[in-house]
Design a protein around this ligand. Structure first.
Ligand SMILES: Cc1ncc(COP(=O)(O)O)c(C=O)c1O
Length: 281
């Protein structure tokens, strides 16, 4: 069984030869949106929530969104071909072939659905902070856009420092998010994550964890905190489709007091109890 499955514009394709136009606006200017979805036992986890967010992302950048039935049948075709393994399903929608400048043409959008291996990260990890702010007031705030070069740069800096993720402040110096995950900190017994108004992506995992914590009687707070709160935190964790309650050990050169701390352990327990057997919560 191949380690990649690809569907492009209507049909499964050979991953070695599948391609899009050199003039695709997703390639030339990063004009597109995407989702990364966990495949477990051959089924996409929380597909409805991911499609809803993708629809919002596309609307934010004025990209025509395909019929949901097309996305679901493409996701099913790729998941079936992927089989009963854990993996990553990536759905990418771009402006399609277009002008070489930033103005969009009138081509049909390009739709790509692909599956690849994914290991869910839950082991303690080290992170860095980066000096480049997330713009919580920008046109792409909260959009899962293919314009991810800022994340590439930040992750490059993290890798050079021997760390695994990079955390951004927003333009007013408050904690925002990491390159591909949401951030939770534990301070004085309270679990806190930045509100969506601070500019982080509305993580599907974040939404689901907030709901499960509330239901378990251990709610987290969505509150603005200055970036310095990271260094006063007793504990912290990263959260995303690929990092399910991943405890943070170090932030820059500060080792946190607890890893995993008690709030992180509770969050992990609540997450697994609520969603380990769920398909489309
Ligand atoms: C910038 C950013 N923040 C947060 C997340 C976490 O979102 P989710 O839980 O939907 O994976 C992601 C996902 O990749 C992301 O790219």
């Amino acid at each position: 069984m191949s380690d990649l499955v690809v569907w492009i514009n209507g049909a499964l394709a050979d991953p070695d030869t599948a391609s899009v136009s050199w003039a695709d606006h997703g390639i030339t200017v990063g004009d597109g949106v995407f989702e990364t979805i966990k495949l477990e036992h051959g089924r996409p986890f929380a597909l409805t929530r991911h499609l809803e967010r993708m629809k919002r992302s596309a609307a934010s950048i004025g990209l025509e969104f395909p019929e949901e039935s097309l996305l679901r049948s493409a996701a099913a075709a790729v998941s079936d071909a992927w089989g009963d393994r854990t993996g990553r399903l990536r759905i990418t929608l771009t402006g399609g072939p277009g002008p070489l400048g930033s103005n969009r043409g009138d081509a049909t959008p390009t739709l790509i659905v692909a599956a690849a291996p994914m290991t869910v990260l839950e082991q303690p990890t080290d992170v860095i902070t980066v000096p480049w702010p997330r713009n919580e007031r920008g046109a792409l705030a909260g959009v899962k856009s293919t314009s991810y070069a800022e994340n590439v740069v930040a992750l490059g800096r993290a890798a050079a420092a021997g760390a695994d993720e990079a955390i951004f402040a927003n333009t007013v110096g408050n904690l925002c998010e990491a390159t591909g995950s949401n951030v939770f900190i534990g301070i004085e017994g309270r679990l806190i994550t930045p509100p969506l108004s601070a500019g982080p992506l509305a993580g599907v995992t974040r939404d689901l964890l907030l709901l499960a914590l509330e239901a378990a009687g251990a709610p987290a707070l969505e509150e603005d905190r200055p970036m310095s709160a990271l260094f006063e935190a007793d504990e912290a964790f990263l959260l995303s489709t690929g990092r399910q309650v991943q405890p943070v050990r170090r932030i820059d050169d500060v080792t946190l007091r607890a890893c995993p701390g008690p709030l992180t352990q509770t969050a992990a327990k609540v997450w697994h109890a609520a969603y380990d057997d769920a398909v489309d919560p």
